[in-house]
Write a protein that binds this ligand. Structure first.
Ligand code: ZN
Length: 432
């Protein structure tokens, strides 16, 4: 018996048999080619598509990279390839609006062409993410480098929020340079790439001035895009109330919502109460984003906030080499935390698909309407005993975990954990 890493093929077969409910392909199917009007049919899954108000069993047909039809039942014979999603969750491809993917080998360049950022394709599809927004890696000076180096070479849909600092997120002194924060030039660059540059980012500024925030808002106003702010690092801290109620506009994004870091007032005070102006800001339309990261997600903040009716608007990772190897790990791990904190799955999916699409003004994404790009993910909810680590770091125990089975990017299989989209090897014709 052939052995692979100590596991017999027989064992693998039975393991796959148990994991993969049904696996079908059109190979050997009796239907005529003419009847096969769709490239792919995903059938029998629980479709959660918040934009369209769908949470129920649906079949989805895909043709030429787009969603062709969503219906309660379509015959297998209409498709060239069939994926059985029985017992699984089918959703729009996830949109992570806080990631750092401007990777490169520039010495000391941190998240702007440096080694702390990650290559998107290595970390997205395996967890159902089809779109990431790099927030602040590039500024107007080096966006072209980011585009040619990363965006144009990635299968993942990579969007950008330009740093208000012209040279981007290169760390240390460069991010403190007020002279390199130019609203007009930032907006000009953003307007050259509508839909690709979807916002302006402010981060890491430690001085006592409001200029970086206000210049980012000005750039956002000129370019017609939201800004995202990573607030903090000020000594003494600047007023969070002023930021949320006076400086940010409706639609602007406050990331790291459940952080408690030196130099920033947390949204949950030391009496475990969510500050009233956070509710007021939400009413004004300010968006509260998770941005978990390596130091910005505390259960001590998130749990009281959720109990008091202050969930995040959008769920995101703040993906970089530090966070992915610590408590954050990946998008599904962050979503699983909210699942175990009692948030309903459809709500978690909405905050990871349709809501972020709206926040970045890309309403063509984040849903599976007929005609939409077939960016899609299939998940399983695993039950068992799991541990989830925050950035304190401390651990929360949980009983559920989301796992990705399959990811499609514009109709193409970009990830398939257990081969549910493939025929059995015995049914593949020999090469000759
Ligand atoms: Zn970040």
């Amino acid at each position: 018996m052939f052995n692979f890493q100590g596991v017999s093929m027989h064992r693998w077969n039975s393991l796959f048999g148990a994991l993969v409910l049904v696996m079908l392909s059109s190979i050997g199917a009796p239907a005529s080619a003419l009847a096969q009007q769709y490239d792919l049919l995903i059938r029998g899954g629980r479709l959660i598509d918040p934009k369209n108000g769908i949470d129920g069993l649906r079949d989805i047909a895909i043709n030429q990279g787009k969603v062709a039809r969503v219906a309660e039942h379509m015959p297998d014979s209409e498709a060239k390839r069939v994926v059985d999603a029985s017992g699984l969750i089918v959703t729009p491809g996830l949109i992570d609006i806080h990631a750092h993917v401007f990777y490169g080998a520039d010495a000391g360049a941190y998240l702007s062409g440096g080694t702390s950022a990650v290559a998107p394709d290595g970390f997205t599809f395996r967890v159902g993410v089809t779109t990431v927004v790099d927030v602040g890696g590039a500024g107007w000076r080096n966006f072209e480098q980011f585009k040619t180096q990363v965006i144009d070479h990635s299968q993942t849909r990579v969007l950008s929020m330009l740093n208000i600092v012209g040279s981007g997120m290169k760390g240390a002194a460069l991010e403190q340079d007020l002279a390199d924060m130019n609203a007009e030039l930032t907006a000009k660059c953003a307007r050259q790439y509508p839909g690709l540059i979807v916002g302006v980012k402010v981060a890491h500024y430690a001085g006592p001035e409001w200029d970086p925030v206000d210049r980012a808002v000005e750039a956002g106003r000129i370019a017609g895009v939201p800004i995202m702010i990573d607030f903090g690092g000020h000594t003494p801290p600047l007023s969070l109330q002023d930021l949320l109620l006076q400086h940010l506009r409706p639609g602007d994004i406050f990331t790291h919502v459940y952080a408690h870091v030196r130099g920033r007032i947390p949204i949950v005070d030391d009496q475990d109460q969510v500050c009233p102006y956070a509710f007021e800001a939400r009413k004004r339309g300010v968006i509260f984003d998770v941005g978990h990261g390596g130091g910005s997600f505390l259960f001590r903040q998130a749990i009281p906030a959720l109990r008091q009716g202050f969930p995040p608007d959008t769920i995101s990772t703040d993906l970089h080499t530090g966070s992915m190897n610590a408590g954050m790990k990946d998008m599904l791990n962050v979503m699983s935390k909210f699942l175990n904190l009692g948030m309903a799955l459809p709500e978690i999916i909405e905050k990871s698909t349709w809501k972020p699409a709206q926040v970045i003004h890309r309403i063509d994404l984040g849903h599976l309407s007929e005609g939409a790009p077939a960016d899609l993910a299939i998940f399983r909810v695993r039950e068992g005993s799991f541990g989830f680590v925050d950035t304190a770091p401390g651990k929360m125990l949980g009983k559920m975990k989301l796992e990705c089975e399959l990811t499609l990017r514009e109709g193409k299989v970009a990830w398939d954990t257990n081969g549910i989209s493939y025929p059995r090897w015995e049914d593949v014709p020999p090469r000759n």
